[in-house]
Design a protein around this ligand. Sequence first.
Ligand SMILES: [Zn+2]
Length: 406
Amino acid sequence: MNVLQASKGKLYAGKARSNAVARAGGQCRYLWNLFLAESVERYRVEKKFVFFCEMSARLPKLLKSYPKLDGLPHRAAQMTVQRLDDALRGCFKGSANRKGFPRFKRRDDRSDGFSFVARECRFEPGRVRLPKIGWLRVRGLSLPEGIDLGNKPVAVTQAPDGWHLAVQFDAPPKNYGAPQKPVVGIDGGLNDTLVFSDNRRVEAYRPAKKAAKRIRRLNRERDRRRKGSVNRRRTVARLGRVHRTVRNQRQNFLHKTTTKLVRRYAGFGVEDLSLKGLMRTRMAKSFADAGLGELYRQLAYKAEWAGREQRQMPRFERSTGVCPDCGVVGPKLLLSVRTWRCEGCGVEHDRDVAAARIVLLRAVPQAVREPAGGTRRKRGSAVRGGGRANARSSHGGSPSNVDRTH
Ligand SMILES: [Zn+2]
């Protein structure tokens, strides 16, 4: 069984090639803004956007007539308007994964990027050749040997610490081995710690909390600096690097944790967390910092790769305060109540372990998709589509892929 995976690496280049990369990034940003402005204008008049077909058809002429777009590889331009098209469609009511209206990109955001398809690039150990840009050194990219990447996207993205490359590929998932433990129920979310029905726990890891003081100080420093000044730019860059470190630390932890869990257990019963609802509560900050949403996402796709069972408890069913031994539903528990005694059978329960056991009891097995070749994958399940989203989201599941670029 092949699954869609991604690997990332950091790009290194001499001055000329770095400039070529930055130039292509800037040109794609320019192109994005150009068409986005046109969409905004047309929507005002005709209530319609400019969509991919039209943008794509106009590209050849546009690339010739705008001196600013001179030398931009056609594929990069085409994939930029494709992303803009996705973004415009993604803001419609009722579209899956609804997002806000696409934004104009700014140079200061340092989030430029562009993509090619793999067959136009060449990959050799430690280096990659991009159309019209040439050979660049790349560190941290790991692709299976002799793999045919075909038309898979190759994304070049800008980050505070430089330029990165993300490559998608289809390959067999890594071997997770036979599980040592049966299916387990998980209760998690509000206290940021995962509690398992077999009494184990995974303590939350909150890198942003550790870095909070530095981030606050740098935020203040930035606000002191004059807009557009060199010093301000320096502070913003430093701030970006701190945020990136935090994200890398979190990803690293989550990948190690989820891999370990998938190796250990035969499957998982989880609550159907309404993440959006949770994010609006006052717990949102620590919840996001612990990365529980990302943890569940990784757990789901790795469980699928490993052929583990996946169960989900129907939404809005109560898990806390219900006795897993006799099924008596007790009164609602305050968050401060850690243990409680069942009114039916008199057993004393740890609040979270009992909840995890209830999740396990109530969770309904999810259909495991047939492990056949050419598995179709929904957006967002293993590797999120779209250049930027993809480049920042997932790795091939292996912790060794996590970019440690500091
Ligand atoms: Zn009981």
